[in-house]
Design a protein around this ligand. Sequence first.
Ligand SMILES: [Zn+2]
Length: 895
Amino acid sequence: MNPGINCTMQMADSLCGFMGAGGLLMSTSGAENEKRFLSAGARTKSEYLVQLAEEETVNGASQGSFQSVIFSTPPGAETEEDEPKRSPPVETAVHPLPWEGSATPELHGTKAGRRIPGGSDMPRQFPKISLSEVDEQVRLLAEKVYASALKEEDTKEALAMFTVPEDCPIGLHQAKEHELLREMAEQQSEESAKRKKSFKLIRSQSMSLQIPVSADWALSVVSPLLSPVSTGPCLPEGFPEYQRVTISGDYCAGITVEDYEQASKSLLKALLIREKYSKLAYHRFPRTTAKFLRSAENEKWTVEDEILPEICPCPREGEDPYNMEDIPENLNYELQMKDGIIYVYDTPEALKQNEPRSLPYPDLETFAIDLSHVLAMIADGPHVSTPPNHHMRLTLRWKTYCHRRLNFVGSKFYLHEMLNEMAELKELKGVPHRDFYNVRKVDTHIHAAACMNQKHLLKFIQTTCKTEADRVVLEKDGQKITLKEVFTKLNMDPYDLTVDSLDVHAGRQTFHRFDKFNSKYNPVGASELREIYLKTDNYINGEYFARIIKEVAYGLEESKYQHAEPRLSIYGRSPDEWENLSQWFILHKVHSPNMQWIIQVPRIYDIFRSRKIVPNFAKMLENVFLPLFEATVNPQKHKEVHVFLKYVTGFDSVDDESKHSDHMFSYKSPKPEAWTAESNPPYSYYLFHMYANIMVLNNLRKERGLNTFQFRPHCGEAGSITHLVSAFLTSDNISHGLNLKKSPVLQYLYYLAQVPIAMSPLSNNSLFLEYSKSPLKEFLHKGLCVSLSTDDPMQFHYTKEALMEEYAIAAQLWKLSTCDVCEIARNSVLQSGLSHQEKMHFLGANYLKDGPEGNDIRRTNVAQIRMAYRYETLCNELSFLVDAVKSGTMDTQAQ
Ligand SMILES: [Zn+2]
């Protein structure tokens, strides 16, 4: 949740319910779209959509139009052709191993999007795409997707069009009939028979090559192990023997070759888009997936391709964490915000000439186009009686493919567990010293203002009342108020306070009531107590808040194996928030080796705008980001911010996701400077602009040898499924992700890219989703990278060790094995903002490698069998996609 926004929620209340004011304002770009609808000769939005669909069908050119988008190439790179290049026939029948060069053509239109030099010697650029470069079909489709996303929000039937029609048996039956007909038709087609054959050939070749031929075991795991003819694998060292689940036979059964190829191309393309955005921002991208992507492009992955975040190692014992010596010099760069993004200029002249320093500067148009590619994969027309157009059929098949693959990996795990549970347990029993209690666990999502439990807060309040009753803690209208007077005013004796009267715990009354939940941040319902105890900038300089946090940190240090990543708020109200927060941090010595700090920015521009605190959205962004750029360029002048930033590892974007925006996000959305309306920008708009500034900032900081930040928004807790698409591009990892349950395509993409998800089933239980319906177990079993987190111990937990409580309940309710919970703990360390050094210490020196090679069982207590299973399964899924692209190529050659 988002403790940060509570105060403003109160403001909002006084603004006569902004929550209910939905659907009143039509933004500039909305109006533009309306014009388009009208000029297109259609009268209503829905007619317009139908018309678009018809155009598409009539033109008949939409097939594959999504794949043929051309990225504009950075200077020096060759231009892509529309058609795949014919390459010389492969001479031997040997199928090239993944990430070993071969003569197959590029994946369509992806090359320029990927090549981002990682070395500091080459300038990093953001490859721009302009809408004039993409063809009309794509443009129309993009518009349609955005419009339908808006319509989806309008009708409040959130998600209806993005989900699998499982709940609609008739629709499902029709779809199946249709598929059957198509398959039968395909069987009679000579061409598809040929393609199917070539795919089978490739598949069998990759299988026959499974016996490890090189040191790189990854090469050999392209598909389920062992065809019966093989003489048995010689597993590389460290790879366990266990009962592997394999499927053999017709790999295309149940899906037509065309569908399979289409789905594979689109999925690979989406992965490449994520990779591009991750690399530019110094976000992590998993090695295995990167290797397969290179293989699809006939390139070889190398370690140099890998881009990792820069995180300051924890100061050693005896070192002063607040040391202000050796602070880097002033670079004298100039800074200016343009289109909501801070641009860096080497000199004042360069600023005048408008020649920014060579850093990647993202633009909204490119992002909107990239976003629409992924959106198009998940969007689907409403289930109406009119025959679906081509794109709708296509998305339905993408969905079918992903749905099947997810079901498969889920069922595969079920079998794996049945066959290997004992073997895994046996492995764990053999590990000396390590058990579930002393593996490292990180609370990957927790808000500082609620990081203590209710009993802790109560005790703290009572202690301060006893020992510091006469201390002045508040100033109201020039009047100084002591702690004693505060309680007298509230008509309360601190001694009589109980957790019940404190009333900060969420309960049944908060379910689906985010507003009620937010008011729980006020102890005894009194905002004064929140002001005194849970704020960093108050009359006592946030001393009580710092003391509570330090008590929590002390508990973690005592436990030794638990870490937390608390969120502190920066609102963007004024530019001095960073100075204040940094001073608070240093004054009270808040640093702890068991805490990594994350800054949360609440999405409450509308409130600031209506109170005339900021004139436009750009000002809010400037207040949040400009001080960071200034402290990076001239740390000497901003020493405190510079020191504090060493311990900040990421940014979070928070607020109620079910809050609805009236604006349709697209490439036509106004620039932040022009966003002067009082309405709040939509989620994707916030995410893009936060990502853009963090990305530029990271590149600037990396150049200086300073630490970088990760973007880790709250996402998929409620609201539109499109949020998860924006985060797929912009975020290193996310919190919640519940809505992935509703989109198989996205869920499969999050699996393939191993996007970490911090889940909080206890928090969801009080707000959005009953515990028993939480998808955590399902996600874990399928192999998504999930961790457990508390969100707000003050509202949800009972015991001193909130994170353990979270693990305990999950383990009990879902009967998780020791290996399961240790795997979650390992995921949490991987996902966290802990430094490379700490991760090596907690997970093993080779933690960056995937599979059992990267696992040190003596540290993680995760069975090697489990690691091998996960790794082989992921390789198998990825190889299906790559094989499809390659078999398509061989067809072209054969002709
Ligand atoms: Zn939260």
